[in-house]
Each structure stands twice: as structure tokens, then as C-alpha cells.
Design a protein around this ligand. Structure first.
Ligand SMILES: CC(C)(COP(=O)(O)OP(=O)(O)OC[C@H]1O[C@@H](n2cnc3c(N)ncnc32)[C@H](O)[C@@H]1OP(=O)(O)O)[C@@H](O)C(=O)NCCC(=O)NCCS
Length: 192
């Protein structure tokens, strides 16, 4: 995982430091001049604080509209799985969040329930920093990460594929009748 993630990071000009309070630098693309004239932004990643729950709920609504999770879910998740509600911040502003949950009888398997980047921050590499830093923070204890993605959400699928996720299965009528899902997974059992 680390090698794959590093390779993916390298080709996107994201530098990752694996310290517990991870600091990342992401190079923003500026029109035609990239990669010669970039602006470096410092991001902090880590578990959400209680004070950030309202911002996460707001971001969720901005990203998913009427299909968003209710805000109280994040308050409950904060109590249940504090290390699995994960943020990317810039100057204390929440830019993106990820929520994962454990599987009761499969302790080495994590389900990534939600991934969202604030609309104004999309397309800048924040999503990749988010998923990559979260998976790295859990890789000592986790063999398999899996998630659900809408088959039409190509941008999300490409993001996951860049980080080593593969399509595990397709399932009809998941969200509603006629609305299928793809299950993607990152299997670290062959990690060296
Ligand atoms: C899907 C989502 C999480 C992706 O996050 P993101 O921050 O936009 O993702 P990234 O910036 O890492 O990658 C998006 C694109 O920007 C490109 N990109 C990244 N850094 C870049 C840079 N510095 N310059 C130019 N392009 C860049 C990536 O190559 C990628 O291109 P692609 O879609 O053609 O593959 C985000 O769009 C989102 O929150 N969407 C709404 C909610 C959602 O769909 N969640 C996922 C549910 S499974």
C-alpha cells in the first residue's frame, strides 16, 4: 500500500509525511504553467474533533444535497469510531472528510462509508490526500478497505483506482430500484 500510495502521490505532486499528525503539501495547478509555477498549500489530516462535526455535516450537505447523511450521524460516529471520522484541513477549515466503520466479525476489514470534498476544493488533489492519508493511518491494523460507488461517478472511481482500489462487484438496485452500485476494494493482504 505504501509503495502504491507513494507512487500515486508522486505523480500528482503531493508529498506525504507519515507522522501521526500528517502534514501534506499539495501543488495546485495554475493553468498552463503547471508544473513550473505552482502554489504550495499545507494541509493537515487527522481524526475530526468534536468542534468540526458541524462543518463536516455542512460539507456533506454541500457535496451530496438531498442525499446527504443526517448531521446527527456524524455526532454518533464521533462517539463510536473517533479515529474513523477523518478530515483534511487548511488553517483549521475542513476541506474534506471521510467516514469509515468496522465490520463486527471481520476486525481487519473497514468499510469506507463516505468520502466528500467541499465543492470549491474539488479537482485539486484533496480527495486523493484524504483517502490516501486515511488508509495509511489504518494500514497496520487493516487488510481490506471497501466502499460503494455509483457506477456513473467516474471521477470518484478514478481516484480510488489511482490508490490501488479495484472493482470487486456490481450490484443492481442498491440505492433504489434501478440504481446499482459498484463495490471497490483495496486488498492489502499481499502487502510486503
Ligand atoms: C469524488 C471526490 C471525492 C473527488 O475528490 P477531489 O478532491 O475532487 O479528487 P482529486 O482532486 O484528488 O481528483 C479529481 C480530479 O482532479 C485531478 N487533479 C488532482 N490534482 C490536480 C491538480 N493539481 N491539477 C489538476 N488536476 C488535478 C485528478 O487527476 C482527478 O482527475 P480525474 O477525475 O480526471 O481522474 C469529490 O469530487 C467529491 O467529494 N464529490 C462529491 C461527493 C462524492 O461523489 N463522493 C464520492 C462518493 S463514492
Amino acid at each position: 500500500m505504501r509503495q502504491r500510495a507513494d507512487a500515486a502521490a508522486g505523480c500528482r505532486h503531493i508529498r506525504v509525511d507519515f507522522s501521526p499528525e500528517v502534514t501534506l503539501q499539495c501543488r495546485y495547478n495554475i493553468g498552463f504553467f503547471w508544473p513550473y509555477f505552482g502554489v504550495f498549500m499545507d494541509f493537515q489530516t487527522g481524526p475530526a474533533t468534536k468542534a468540526e462535526i458541524a462543518a463536516i455535516a455542512e460539507l456533506e450537505h454541500a457535496a451530496f444535497g438531498e442525499h446527504c447523511y443526517p448531521s446527527f450521524l456524524f455526532r454518533q460516529a464521533f462517539d463510536l469510531w473517533p479515529e474513523l471520522l477523518w478530515c483534511v484541513r487548511d488553517n483549521q477549515q475542513v476541506l474534506a472528510y471521510l467516514l469509515a466503520a468496522p465490520m463486527l466479525h471481520r476486525p481487519k476489514v473497514l468499510n469506507i462509508m463516505s468520502v466528500a470534498v467541499a465543492p470549491s476544493q474539488q479537482g485539486k488533489g484533496v480527495g486523493q490526500v484524504l483517502v490516501q492519508s486515511f488508509c495509511q493511518s489504518q494500514q497496520q491494523n487493516v487488510d481490506i478497505f471497501w466502499l460503494t460507488v455509483d457506477p456513473q461517478n467516474q471521477s470518484a472511481q478514478r481516484l480510488y483506482q489511482r490508490l490501488g482500489f479495484t472493482i470487486a462487484r456490481y450490484e443492481e438496485d442498491y440505492y433504489h430500484p434501478g440504481e446499482p452500485r459498484l463495490v471497490m476494494e483495496l486488498d492489502l493482504t499481499n502487502k510486503t
